[in-house]
Design a protein around this ligand. Structure first.
Ligand SMILES: Cc1cc2nc3c(=O)[nH]c(=O)nc-3n(C[C@H](O)[C@H](O)[C@H](O)COP(=O)(O)OP(=O)(O)OC[C@H]3O[C@@H](n4cnc5c(N)ncnc54)[C@H](O)[C@@H]3O)c2cc1C
Length: 380
């Protein structure tokens, strides 16, 4: 099959090797890691060994010297690993926690954090959300008090992916007492003394350690200020487009997997003397779901193409996030229904896909936040 733009044949070759790696090294363990509510940290070193943690990063830092499109292939293929939690843990490291270090870090910070992160030796988490600040990012209240040689951090983050296992947290803190966009900064906080983490139980993404992370008088050296002092909001905004594209790509990949399985199941399963697909209502439902998946891919690839071409693609990226996340959950739910009772059973994996997909309209900016952004762009 020829590559679909913006991807080229080179990206499709990468896709093949990522798909083979995931089938051999990740997919066979997905059920166990979901049951364990944890995946081993050495997943990161294994991924680093084949270069997948640094596809878009320069070779000088141990990366592969590729671009966003290489990472996009990885994000789409990760949906085949069989566990939303596993994909989320890897995705948080590669897609949201390390990019701010690469974009805003000093050379010293890149050497100390980006290089070991690409090598899978240090696991990264992005810590923005707090009990009192989610959609309203500017309400962050974790306080960084300036002291001799650095900062002392106090406060609590919540719902942080890789929150327990992280070696460092790219953390949004308040560096000015007054609230709002202006007084926020980012610190790279090493795991260690004064940090208490607690893993949260959740509907899906079971293999990932979504956690609260409490900072109690944690000293952070001055050289760990990431980006400009009081300029943290810019840093938050900088990676949002990419994070949302990654989520759209993940949803598109996951819809394909669910449909592949459901097509197979409905062709094999017999009811009333014929395969389920022998019934017109089932066939038509599958045709609708395939159309939804294709439309989602088209919207996502269009946004990706614009983003990679350097266009201001806020509108298209926001639409891609909005269009794909609820669609993915709806597709999973329909696939579950087409499996009948089997769909409700763990064994078939489709119930997990549905649970895992439910995060999409919430994480990385909720559907409502996407609609607010679009309303503003429409001048409303
Ligand atoms: C599994 C999981 C993993 C996560 N990983 C991370 C992570 O790694 N790092 C991190 O920093 N965060 C992470 N998050 C947090 C996530 O980004 C937030 O949950 C999300 O942004 C929503 O914030 P909230 O939960 O505080 O909801 P709220 O902001 O309290 O929203 C509640 C509801 O109100 C709606 N709402 C809010 N404001 C408006 C408005 N102006 N108009 C209309 N409706 C509105 C929302 O859309 C939502 O439906 C994670 C969350 C989950 C569940």
């Amino acid at each position: 099959m020829p590559a679909t733009p913006p991807f080229t044949d080179e990206h499709e070759q990468l896709r093949d090797s990522i798909r083979r790696f995931i089938a051999a090294e990740l997919r066979p363990h997905a059920e166990q890691w979901e049951a364990d509510r944890w995946f081993p940290d050495d997943v990161f070193t294994k991924l680093a060994g084949v270069g997948f943690l640094g596809l878009k990063y320069p070779e000088a830092y141990g990366g592969q010297g590729g671009g966003y499109l290489h990472d996009a292939v990885f994000a789409e293929e990760l949906a085949r690993c069989g566990s939303g939690g596993l994909a989320a843990g890897i995705g948080a490291h590669v897609g949201i926690a390390t990019p701010p270090v690469a974009a805003f870090g000093t050379e010293d910070q890149k050497q100390r954090y980006l290089v070991p992160a690409i090598a899978g030796e240090k696991i990264a988490a992005l810590a923005i959300t707090e009990p009192g600040a989610g959609s309203d990012v500017a309400a962050v209240s974790t306080r960084a008090q300036e002291v001799d040689g650095g900062w002392v951090v106090n406060g609590e983050k919540t719902y942080i992916t890789n929150g327990v296992r992280a070696g460092f947290y790219v953390t949004a803190v308040r560096t000015r007492p007054e609230g709002g966009h202006g007084g926020m900064s980012f610190l790279i906080v090493d795991q260690g003394e004064g940090i208490a983490t607690s893993k949260l139980e959740k509907l899906g993404w079971h293999a990932s350690d979504t956690a609260t992370v409490a900072f109690d008088d944690v000293f952070v050296p001055a050289e760990n200020l990431l980006g400009e002092l009081h300029g943290g909001f810019k840093l938050v905004m900088a990676n949002f487009q990419w994070e949302r594209l990654l989520m759209a790509l993940g949803a598109v990949g996951a819809m394909d997997v669910a449909l592949e399985r459901t097509l197979q199941y409905t062709q094999e399963r017999q009811a009333f003397g014929r395969a389920l697909t022998g019934h017109q209502a089932v066939r038509h439902r599958l045709a609708e779901l395939a159309t939804t998946a294709h439309v989602s891919r088209c919207v996502t690839y269009d946004a990706l193409r614009r983003f990679c071409a350097g266009e201001n693609a806020i509108k298209e990226v926001t639409m891609a996030k909005l269009a794909t996340q609820r669609a993915s959950f709806d597709v999973m739910d329909a696939c579950l229904q087409l499996h009948g009772g089997a769909g409700y059973m763990r064994e078939y994996g489709i119930e997990r896909m549905a649970r895992d997909a439910r995060l999409g309209p919430i994480g990385g900016g909720t559907d409502e936040v996407m609609k607010e952004i679009l309303s503003k762009l429409m001048g409303l």
